[in-house]
Design a protein around this ligand. Structure first.
Ligand code: GDP
Length: 332
């Protein structure tokens, strides 16, 4: 493989949020024999509930890769009960954030470790390993950064907007509280620098991928990395598969749908993977400087996830070959 040392597995780094990120992660996990794979997750959805620190996107990644996820919901643990939440409700606590009894153990463990001064990265890694996940789940920062959504009801935390308000209020603006002061983790910077391919999962570009990119140092590291960079669109025929990304693109100053994704990532990534249903956008995207792959991007089954992620990585690696061959021709 041109550009890669022989007998060395290509290093693939996945930038991922929750549900869409976890689907991509599960697909790549199936290909672990071919690639050396790690994940850079999103911590800006984190929030304290009942005195416990909850990290929804990281837990969704961990539970999915551990095959413990509630497959119908796409989040939380399977076979959950909610007795603790029911008891908290009796006591008068606000219980709109659905936390299962077994899930509470994760949050208790995380909070205890935080109180002992252990970094968020080390905690995430330990939880993942103890639940049987051997893929590194890296964090962009060990500092607290929190997404806030400005609506007609004022500024809401991301979980208030997403869960309590069920994404109903109109989104006027989005900010990532305290991101300017955040320090990137050395693990994240190192993984970006060493990656052969960086894949942006079909996660919400505004509230899952942007907080990773906007962590000081991360975007610059991605720009400087020699990796081939590719994104999978979270939009299919103008609609999200799940979640409010469509209602948020305007707050990021871009168009809705696929075009907005292309605008947000322009200059940062090389390749875009879009759904068959969006094939009519190819020439626009090529005009924006992207190499485009068109395929089925809806991941329903584990097989779908594996097939798509194999196509994505192979496409990007083949583009590397293409570019190097092209350069050699020019030079010759
Ligand atoms: P969240 O943090 O739990 O909201 O999850 P993410 O940000 O990782 O993912 C949400 C995005 O994933 C949504 O915009 C969906 O459109 C997208 N998504 C979910 N499943 C699929 C899928 O099978 N294919 C594609 N292309 N996008 C998906």
């Amino acid at each position: 493989m041109i550009g890669l040392e022989e007998n060395k597995k290509p290093k693939v780094l996945l930038l991922a949020g929750g549900v869409g990120g976890a689907k991509a992660a599960e697909g790549l996990a199936q290909l672990q024999g071919d690639y050396d794979f790690s994940i850079l997750g999103n911590i800006a959805d984190d929030q304290a509930f009942h005195g416990l620190w909850v990290s929804p996107d990281i837990d969704t990644l961990t539970y999915s890769l551990a095959n413990l996820i509630d497959r119908e919901q796409g989040w939380g643990l399977s076979g959950e009960s909610h007795r603790v939440l029911a008891q908290l409700e009796k006591l008068g606590a606000e219980t709109w954030m659905s936390l299962g009894d077994l899930d509470f153990a994760t949050h208790i463990y995380r909070t205890q470790a935080r109180n002992e001064g252990i970094s968020a990265s080390d905690i995430a890694q330990t939880i993942a390993q103890r639940l049987g996940v051997n893929i590194p789940i890296l964090l962009p920062t060990n500092d607290v950064v929190q997404t806030q959504v400005e609506t007609d009801k004022g500024w809401l935390s991301f979980q208030e907007y997403f869960v309590k308000e069920a994404c109903q209020p109109k989104v006027n603006a989005i900010r990532f509280q305290d991101i300017e002061q955040a320090t990137p983790t050395t693990e994240a910077l190192d993984a970006i620098a060493k990656a052969d391919v960086i894949v942006f999962a079909p996660s919400n570009p505004v509230v899952s991928i942007s907080p990773i990119l906007n962590t000081p140092g991360i975007r610059a590291a991605i720009m400087q990395s020699d990796a081939r960079k590719v994104a999978i669109s979270p939009f299919i025929a103008g609609k999200t598969v799940k979640g409010p990304a469509d209602k948020m693109m305007a707050s990021a100053g871009v168009d809705e749908g696929l075009l907005g994704v292309a605008q947000l990532y322009q200059g940062l990534i090389h390749d875009l993977v879009i759904d068959n249903q969006d094939a009519s956008s190819i020439s626009t995207l090529k005009g924006m400087g992207y190499q485009v792959q068109v395929t089925n991007t809806l991941m329903r089954t584990l097989h779908d996830k594996q097939v798509l992620m194999g196509q994505v990585v192979n496409f990007s690696l083949s583009q590397t070959k293409f570019i190097e061959a092209d350069c050699m021709q020019v030079a010759g």
